[in-house]
Design a protein around this ligand. Structure first.
Ligand code: NAD
Length: 248
C-alpha cells in the first residue's frame, strides 16, 4: 500500500495505536502530521516519522481548526485523518463524578467531532478524503465499570456513520476501527494497581477467543487499509479488530 503524495493527520500520535499508525503511514510514504497533548511522546514518534508536531488538546475546537488550517495552508490538503486520541475512565456510574464525565466526553467525543469537522471543511473542496476514527468493542457491546467510556465509544460509532452518510457524495469516506484489548499504555491506565504481564494474560485467557492482547501494529494495519483506496467501497463501517471478542 503506497501513500506517496498523501497528507495525513494522526491524533493521539504520541503513544500506542496512534503512534503505530503514524509510523506505518510514514513508512508507506505519507507526509504525516502528529497531534497530541503529550509533547515528549510526539517528539519520540516524530524521530521515526520525520513529521511536523502540533501539541494541543483535541477537545479545544479552536486548536483543531487552527491546526488543520495551518496544515492545509503549508501542505496544500488533508487527504487522511486518523482520530486515535482518547482517554479511559475505569469507573461505574456511581463512581463517575461530573468532572470526570465531562472530561471523557470532551476528549473522546467532542475531540473526534471537532477534528472531523475541521478536516471535512477542507476535504469537501477537494471532493476527496478518508477519515478513520478509533471506536472500541465497548462502543457496540458494554462492559461493567467503564460506563462513560462505553458511552463515548458508542457516540464515536454513530458519529462515524452519520458523517459517512452526510459526505458520501462529497468523495469523503468515514470509517472506524473497533479494537478489542490492545497492548498499549491505556490497558494499564486508570487502574488502582497496574496489572502484571501474568494478570493481562489471565484477562486474555478469560475474555479473548484468540487468548492474547493485540499489538498496536496489528490495529494500524487495518487503519491503513481503511485510509487507503483499497477500501474504496467502504464508508460508514465500524470494523471490529478484536480477535473474536464481539463474535460471541
Ligand atoms: N488500548 C486498548 O485496549 C483500546 C481498545 C479499544 C479502543 N481503544 C482506543 O484507541 C485509541 C488509542 O488508544 P491507545 O490504546 O493507543 O491509548 P494510549 O493511551 O496509548 O494513547 C492515547 C493518546 O491520546 C493522547 N491524548 C489523550 N488526551 C488527549 C487530548 N485531549 N488531546 C490530544 N491528545 C490526547 C495521549 O497523550 C496519548 O498519546 C483511543 O481512542 C482508545 O480509546 C483502545
Amino acid at each position: 500500500m503506497s501513500f506517496k503524495g498523501k497528507v495525513a493527520v494522526v491524533t493521539g500520535a504520541s503513544s500506542g495505536m496512534g503512534a503505530a499508525t503514524a509510523r506505518a503511514l510514514a513508512s508507506a510514504g505519507a507526509q504525516v502530521n502528529l497531534i497530541d497533548i503529550d509533547k515528549k511522546g510526539a517528539e519520540e514518534t516524530a524521530q521515526k516519522t520525520g513529521s511536523e508536531i502540533f501539541i494541543g488538546d483535541v477537545s479545544n475546537s479552536e486548536f483543531c481548526d487552527l491546526t488543520i488550517d495551518s496544515i492545509v495552508q503549508k501542505q496544500g490538503q488533508v487527504d487522511i485523518l486518523v482520530n486515535a486520541a482518547g482517554i479511559i475512565l475505569r469507573a461505574d456510574a456511581l463512581e463517575t463524578n461530573d468532572d470526570n464525565w465531562k472530561r471523557i466526553m470532551a476528549v473522546n467525543v467532542d475531540g473526534v467531532f471537532f477534528m472531523c469537522r475541521s478536516a471535512i471543511r477542507h476535504m469537501v473542496n477537494k471532493k476527496s478524503g478518508s477519515i478513520v476514527n478509533f471506536g472500541s468493542i465497548w462502543g457496540d457491546v458494554a462492559s461493567s465499570g467503564v460506563t462513560a467510556y462505553c458511552v463515548t465509544k458508542g457516540a464515536v460509532h454513530q458519529l462515524t456513520r452519520a458523517l459517512a452518510l452526510e459526505h458520501a457524495e462529497d468523495g469523503i469516506r468515514v470509517n472506524a476501527v473497533a479494537p478489542g484489548e490492545v497492548n498499549t499504555p491505556m490497558i494499564k491506565a486508570g487502574r488502582d494497581k497496574p496489572p502484571t504481564g501474568d494478570e493481562l494474560q489471565e484477562l486474555a485467557n478469560a475474555t479473548i477467543p484468540i487468548k492474547r492482547l493485540a499489538e498496536p501494529e496489528e490495529i494500524a494495519e487495518v487503519v491503513l487499509f481503511l485510509a487507503s483506496e483499497k477500501s474504496s467501497y467502504m464508508t460508514g463501517s465500524i470494523v471490529p479488530v478484536d480477535a473474536g471478542y464481539t463474535a460471541r
